[in-house]
Design a protein around this ligand. Structure first.
Ligand code: FNR
Length: 190
């Protein structure tokens, strides 16, 4: 069976190392997963003034979340937290009240930074936000990637064998997690 995974890159930068990481993750994933990016850069800043009549960008974003079997967040850490553009997108997806698009969606959170913290603090904030939004998260393995340019090529190649092995393992575990959550969400499952 094939599962549709929507992925969100938390950086708007053209040279984003997290976009490079997203390509490596897609290339490392089991064939059961198909990936579509859910863009975040075209969304206006959220306000609940929009709740009465969401603009096309907001509707399209929510449709992207809702039509995905699972979500993968690939994001930098900015100032020890979630980048503003990504938090803004999550706020769009969570509203209008009572129409939270993230509810019961299996999610994975991963990120790269040049430093040793490897986005751990951002991921902690994301877990808090996604828990509030009732989105189950892959708990293990955790994935804090310290980014070294020599290890990653464009188009998803990973030259460091240890990193390549870890990314394959992460995506296998993520795939199994998506399957488990979807099975638990299925009608009739207790
Ligand atoms: C950073 N960076 C950073 N790194 C980190 O490990 N922890 C942090 O809190 C921050 N804070 C931070 C704030 C802002 C505004 C910027 C622009 C950068 C460095 C960051 O990891 C590095 O620039 C990465 O290249 C960002 O990922 P993308 O945007 O290239 O995917």
């Amino acid at each position: 069976m094939t599962y549709q995974i929507g992925y969100l890159v938390g950086s708007l930068a053209t040279g984003s190392i997290n976009r490079t990481l997203s390509k490596a993750l897609i290339a490392s994933a089991p064939d059961d997963l198909e990936f579509t990016e859910i863009p975040i850069g075209n969304l206006p800043l959220y306000s609940w003034d929009y709740d009465a009549d969401f603009p096309p960008e907001g509707r399209q974003f929510k449709e992207g979340i809702e039509s995905s079997d699972g979500l993968l967040f690939v994001s930098p850490e900015y100032n020890r937290s979630i980048p503003g553009a990504l938090k803004n997108a999550i706020d769009w997806g969570s509203r209008p009240w009572g129409q939270n698009s993230f509810a019961r969606k299996p999610t994975g959170i991963i990120g790269a930074s040049p430093g040793g913290v490897g986005t751990a603090v951002m991921q902690s904030s994301m877990r808090s936000v996604l828990s509030f939004l009732d989105a189950p998260q892959l708990n293990a393995p955790e994935a804090y990637i310290t980014y070294t340019p020599e290890d990653f090529g464009e188009n998803g190649s990973v030259t460091n064998e240890s990193t390549a092995k870890f990314l394959r393992h992460y995506m296998e575990e993520y795939c199994a997690f998506v399957q488990r959550v979807l099975a638990a969400n299925a009608p009739g499952h207790i």
